[in-house]
Design a protein around this ligand. Sequence first.
Ligand SMILES: [Zn+2]
Ligand SMILES: [Zn+2]
Ligand SMILES: [Zn+2]
Length: 264
Amino acid sequence: MTDDFLTITILGSGGSPGVPMPGCDCAVCNSDDPHDQRTRCSALLSYGGHNLLIDMATDLRQQSLREKLMKIDAVLLTHIHADHLHGIDDLRPFNRHVEGPIPIYACPADIAHLRRVFPYIFTDLVKEGYRPRLEARSFSGPFRLFGLQVQPIPLRHGNGSSYGFRVGPFAYLTDCSEIPELSLKLLAGVTTLVIDGLRFRPHITHFNIPEAIAEAARIGAGQTWLTHLNHEISHQRHGRQLPPGVAFAYDGLKIQVPINTGFS
Ligand SMILES: [Zn+2]
Ligand SMILES: [Zn+2]
Ligand SMILES: [Zn+2]
């Protein structure tokens, strides 16, 4: 067993319409600070030469080009909202770099949704055409992926649900409005956290920023990055108001955490 580093790249830090938001003329949507340019919410976990994509955001193509992403080994799906899923066809070029289909991990209900909404990918109905070759794999608890344990974290997302993912001392919790008590136990010992903090005002399906900060304190994370930010958040102006150990994520942010990969 060896210690290594998990590198997290924030591919997208924006809310569902992205920032700037089409049709809006507000100060943040007109900001020339690159931190205020937010593509749809997604992240990449890299370790041991493997790249794990969390969500297939609607900006996946743009994010892949920006980060010069050459390979995706597996995908984790947090939930089925379009901003996290509908970049799925942008996985097609990545099939060239791996043998066989790319595995996509989701809860059983979300796998059923994938089969229903994307039959040309997940059923044999369509035999030809340029479609992503993906293999749906459902999880019902922790699973191992390329030598690391991935712990799904059940979350409430308004009246719906989503999954966060924990890998070692790192957890990624996007799109949530409540962390159930059992899930809080699964987060014990997390030191580095990325968590949904949509805006300062309350929202029915997302933590607002004060709530996200309070949840990070409950978890006890030393460093917290707020993501899924909407156009009401000015990176510079509001960033100064955040407490120590809490900051706004931004597109292209890289975070490193030491991790035991199990590789020898
Ligand atoms: Zn979202
Ligand atoms: Zn705006
Ligand atoms: Zn959502």
